[in-house]
Write a protein that binds this ligand. Structure first.
Ligand code: ARG
Length: 467
């Protein structure tokens, strides 16, 4: 045997080759620098595979035990940081197997019986993603619980609701917050859908066609916590749709977080001044001493771009690949890892920050008073008095135009002035022109009335508790 480089490539597939791999090609095709993240799942998969091979009579009990013990040592080395990763051993799978063989000798070489790196990597990636997905789900639930608590505390706090970013109709802050929760609730459901589909075991598909050994795929599937083995060996090694699906769910979730971010950025501005974020979630300016910038929401808004980018990367990677496995698929990892890290960090920052949001109730109230937000309530009042809605709309439009000229609000007009716009208007009109009257009147299911918001918050909490 020659130098370490040739020794290693010859160890792995040297039989067929007449010269060692070019050193640049070796680096170019290697993935150990990033797929080492999969090591603990790779070892879990190998353990299940070896146990099953013993039961199937392919490995002796002694061989299996030697492999299990050797893998324990390998895992310890990796966790301690003493494991020597080598680019010559290309990827996480071959690094671990080669080290195992160094540790336990010839028996280490038997571990790869009846499997391939193709089903191995597909298994590792599903195990990895299942664990990360559960962690993402946990952080998402924590964020939702903070949002719901804040909503319950602000069931009566009135703020303007917007369309076109123009004051539209009064709503309660609690209702607005529960709208965020609805978006996130659907993201959670999508996450769980994705989990159910990815939770099947590709192990045993081997390179693509299965294996001639008497393997028990149901046994390895259940040992690894999968609900079942995948049904087709070609598909098992060929598709990464589970990773694409996760990235799609994450991109949409990040897109929701970016909308929430944008609102937080607007609301903390001096122009809105609806809320305050505690100093620990903000940063200052190196030149402008007065500044307190909402960096956390801004950064989350910005990071949503990565999540979309990673989704496009994976879709493009998969498109047009002929079945079954192609080396292209090695490119799935960094995009997936980046999305996982991004979404986890953003959820963590938000889950920590949201409960600390302080509402500036008075500014919210003033803003709701400013934009004729109860104009629709006046129109509805006229409809109840027998006016067709279109005519009522016209009448109120004229009253608003009058107020714009007079620089006052509808509620500031006297009954006599209001009656000049429509004779059906009576003194009880002032009940519908107040903000509290306006929100309280929207008391149907899904409405903004404080009583409905309290009920909706309680229902949302129940959904969380049932997870
Ligand atoms: N590092 C490879 C990947 O990420 C593992 C599978 C390699 N299989 C192969 N036949 N080259 O996909």
């Amino acid at each position: 045997m020659g130098n370490r480089e040739t020794t290693n490539s010859q160890e792995l597939w040297g039989g067929r080759f007449s010269e060692p791999t070019d050193t640049f090609v070796q680096r170019f095709t290697a993935s150990e620098a990033f797929d080492r993240k999969l090591a603990v799942y790779d070892i879990a998969g190998s353990r299940a595979h070896a146990e099953m091979l013993e039961v199937a009579g392919v490995l002796t009990a002694d061989e299996n035990h030697a492999i299990q013990d050797g893998l324990t040592t390998v895992l310890e080395e990796i966790e301690r940081g003493t494991f020597e990763w080598s680019v010559e051993r290309e990827d996480v799978h071959m690094n671990i197997e080669a080290r195992l063989t160094e540790l336990i000798g010839e028996t280490g070489k038997k571990l790869h019986t009846g499997r391939s790196r193709n089903d191995q990597v597909a298994t590792d990636l599903r195990l990895y993603l299942r664990a990360e997905l559960d962690a993402v789900g946990g952080e998402l639930s924590r964020l939702q619980s903070g949002i719901i608590a804040l909503a319950a505390a602000h069931a009566d706090t009135v703020m303007p609701g917007f369309t076109h970013l123009q004051v539209a109709q009064p709503v309660t802050f609690g209702h607005h917050l529960l709208a965020w929760n609805e978006m996130l609730e659907r993201d959670y459901a999508r996450l769980m859908d994705c989990r159910a589909r990815l939770n099947q075991s590709p192990l045993g598909a081997a390179a693509l066609a299965g294996t001639t050994f008497p393997i028990d795929r149901h046994a390895t599937a259940s040992a690894l916590g999968f609900t079942a083995p995948t049904r087709n060996s070609l598909d098992s090694v060929a598709d990464r749709d589970f990773a694409i699906e996760f990235c799609a769910v994450a991109a949409l979730l990040m897109s929701h977080l970016s909308r929430i971010s944008e609102e937080l950025v607007l609301w903390t501005s001096a122009q809105f001044d609806f809320i305050r974020l505690p100093d620990r979630f903000c940063t200052g300016s190196s030149i402008m001493p007065q500044k307190k910038n909402p960096d956390v929401p801004e950064l989350v808004r910005g990071k949503s771009g990565r999540a979309t980018g990673n989704l496009v990367t994976l879709l493009t990677l998969m498109k047009s690949q002929p079945l079954a496995y192609n080396k292209d698929n090695q490119e799935d990892k960094e995009a997936l890892f980046d999305t996982v890290a991004t979404v986890q960090d953003c959820l963590r920052a938000f889950a920590d920050m949201v409960p600390a949001i302080e509402a500036n109730k008075e500014t919210m109230r003033q803003a709701a008073l400013a934009g004729f937000s109860t104009a629709t309530d006046l129109a509805d009042y006229l409809v109840r008095a027998g006016t067709p809605f279109r005519d009522a709309h016209e009448v109120v439009g004229k009253a608003v135009a009058h107020c714009v000229d007079a620089q006052c609000d509808l509620a500031d007009l006297s009954l006599e002035v209001l009656q000049q716009f429509h004779p059906a208007i009576q003194v009880d009109v002032f009940e519908v022109l107040t903000l509290e009257g306006s929100v309280a009147a929207r008391r149907h299911f899904g409405g903004t009335a404080p009583e409905r918001v309290r009920e909706a918050a309680a229902a949302a909490n129940k959904v969380l508790a049932a997870r």
